[in-house]
Design a protein around this ligand. Structure first.
Ligand code: GDP
Ligand code: IMO
Ligand code: MG
Length: 425
């Protein structure tokens, strides 16, 4: 799972761990996620489908996800067109469906908020989860019963069209047109529909290895993130169990994925955001442009206060530290170890009050850079001492082992650390 604000490189790490897994399951979010895997000279970007699909593994989209059937069908067609087997995908009957009004309301809502906007991916995520909680949602299974579908569309449209026309000044939606379109999409999804909770439970009973792939990230969590600048699902590790439909006792390990620095897309507080030229340098070197929206990602130095919070919220048992190679260009590396609050006090715990977080100043310790590329390094022993010391600093301050280090975009560019890890001194 993501330990920062998203785009930590979960796709790459999941692809790696998937090699030794039998099932790979998404449990939250929808096409607001964008996970990149670079394998065999090809770049793949998945949005709904678990990153395990490239390894030919059994893949699950769980009940906690929201699904845009058009985007999913497109994604399946694209993967199939590139020779990837898609027949092992399983979609939960209980996942909620992102309908056109959700996308329209997400877009119009952001427009209406103006300067106060969240900076969503405009994929209809918030409105779909809101309707789910409001018990007005349409689930995957509803698409297969024409009578139920029409009834649900009728109830929803009676309200949504008022919002669309009167509040947002956009065009209303037509029931029969929608019913026909979603019945057609349902037929395309029919081969994948499964009781995914049962499927995962059976796999676990048979002793198989199940990998649960988080989307988004800790600080975007609806309950514990930087609300309201968050997504609308539970992104923390504890959310994986209900998102799949298994008990929390079935989870053995939690791998947090964190960049060796930090990025954030969209609005919201970001204490270690870099001012000046280094921000652009980091963005260019790290290729920090949104996978889903193409937006520039805001870039900052590593924030250990926020990362310690992620360790706490998720019960992280080890960290994958990605994109260490991107820091090779910097001679000095500030790492935030504490926040200075408005009253002058300092804390190494994440502030419980949003306004404290909004106005805090990062307190940095500066570590030396290593000034040499890492992308050719295949052995841990060949890591420049300063790079090893940087990783060690992270694990010592967080009291969590770093188990994987990302040294480049490609699947192979990763170093695995033995446990317990000791890189310097
Ligand atoms: P996700 O949403 O967490 O899966 O991450 P994204 O795919 O949205 O963004 C991560 C980006 O970083 C992608 O372009 C990856 O190819 C790239 N990436 C992942 N790990 C590494 C790494 O260790 N080094 C470098 N240079 N790039 C990486
Ligand atoms: P992955 O899985 C980065 C951010 C959006 C916005 C906020 C709410 O690729 O790491 P939403 O559309 O979810 O209502 O937007 O959350 N956001 C992400 N940022 N990576 C993601 O996913 C994100 N998913 C949502 O930019 O600030
Ligand atoms: Mg992403």
């Amino acid at each position: 799972m993501g330990a920062q604000w998203g785009d930590e490189g979960k796709g790459k790490i999941v692809d790696l761990l998937a090699e030794h897994s039998d099932l790979v399951c998404r449990y939250n979010g929808g096409p607001n996620a964008g996970h990149t895997i670079v394998a065999n000279g090809e770049t793949y970007k998945v949005r709904h489908i678990p990153s395990g699909i490239l390894r030919g593994k059994e893949c699950v989209i769980g009940a906690g996800c929201v699904v845009d059937p058009e985007v999913l069908v497109e994604e399946l067609d694209e993967l199939a067109g590139r020779g990837i087997a898609i027949d092992r995908l399983h979609l939960s009957t209980n996942a909620h469906v992102i309908m056109p009004w959700h996308v329209a309301i997400d877009r119009a809502g952001e427009r209406r908020l103006g300067k106060l906007k969240i900076g969503t991916t405009k994929r209809g995520i918030g409105p779909t989860y809101a309707d789910k909680a409001f018990r007005l949602g349409i689930r995957v299974q509803d698409l297969f019963d024409p009578k139920i579908l029409r009834q649900k569309l009728e109830v929803a449209l009676a309200e949504k069209n008022v919002w669309l026309e009167r509040v947002y000044g956009t065009a209303p939606l037509e029931l029969e047109e929608l019913a026909a379109r979603y019945e057609e999409l349902a037929q395309q999804l029919r081969p994948y529909i499964t009781d995914t909770s049962l499927l995962v439970d059976r796999a676990l009973r048979e002793g198989k290895t199940v990998l649960l792939e988080g989307a988004h990230a800790t600080l975007l969590d609806l309950d514990h993130g930087t609300y309201p600048f968050v997504t609308s699902s539970s992104t923390v590790a504890g959310g994986a169990a209900p998102g799949i439909g298994i008990g929390p006792t079935r989870i053995d390990e939690v791998v947090g994925v964190a960049k060796a620095y930090v990025t954030r897309v969209g609005e919201g507080p970001f204490p270690t955001e870099i001012e000046g030229r280094d921000q652009e340098r980091l963005r260019e070197l790290g290729g920090e442009f949104g996978t889903v929206t193409g937006r520039e990602r805001r870039c900052g130095w590593l924030d250990l206060v926020a990362l310690r919070y992620a360790v706490r919220l998720n019960g992280i048992t080890s960290l994958a530290l990605t994109k260490l190679d991107v820091l090779s260009a910097f001679t000095e590396l500030p790492v935030c170890v504490r926040y200075r609050l408005r009253d002058g006090s300092e804390t190494d715990e994440f502030p419980a009050y949003q306004s404290d977080f909004h106005h805090c100043e990062p307190v940095y310790e500066t570590l030396p850079g290593w000034n040499e590329p890492l992308d050719e390094i295949t052995e841990l022993d060949d890591l420049p001492p300063a790079a090893g010391a940087y990783v060690d600093f992270v694990q010592k301050r967080l009291e969590v082992d770093v188990s994987l280090i990302g040294t480049g975009r490609e699947r192979e560019r990763v170093l695995a650390l033995p446990r317990p890890a000791a890189l310097s001194g």
